[in-house]
Design a protein around this ligand. Sequence first.
Ligand code: HEM
Length: 147
Amino acid sequence: MQKYFRIFLSSFFFSVALLTNATAQDMKKDDSLYQDLGQREGIAKIVADFVPMLLEDSRIKQFFTKVKKEEFSEHLTNQFCELAGGPCRYTGKDMYEAHDGMKIGNAQFNAVAEDLQMAMEKNNVPSSVANRLVAKLAPMQRPIVSK
Ligand code: HEM
């Protein structure tokens, strides 16, 4: 009887161990997009090209006349890094609050997305990877666009 109890106990703990391992695997964050973008360093380079593009783009530059370039770039880098599954934390305002009252339209939102794609192209990011980041930004259209 004691022997059967021991067998029961060991198979019980074995199953628990298997289950715990499976759960840990499932919960592992998918950071493939972060890796494909060249980690935080790669993302920072993209943002370093992206921000000047925004400031020079005649379709939208009027919005950015008072922007604090360094802080803005830092926030964008952390935001993209976090969105891509990387180990960063975006600590800026949420997208509704950050753009509240700016009266941004869809065409202006698309202009920003286009500039980001050009900045990624300039950094040799393959279009399949670039599209994955742009897809992550799509849900932000609703809180950002107010016109
Ligand atoms: C997917 C699109 C966009 C993303 C991911 C995005 C992201 C951000 C982030 C992270 C901030 C910083 C918020 C903070 O510092 O707390 C910000 C601020 C700002 N955004 Fe956007 N934004 C987007 C679209 C737009 C568009 C379409 C416009 C205007 C055409 C715009 C204009 C601004 C301006 C003027 C600021 C304030 C910058 C400052 O004064 O520091 N954004 N945005």
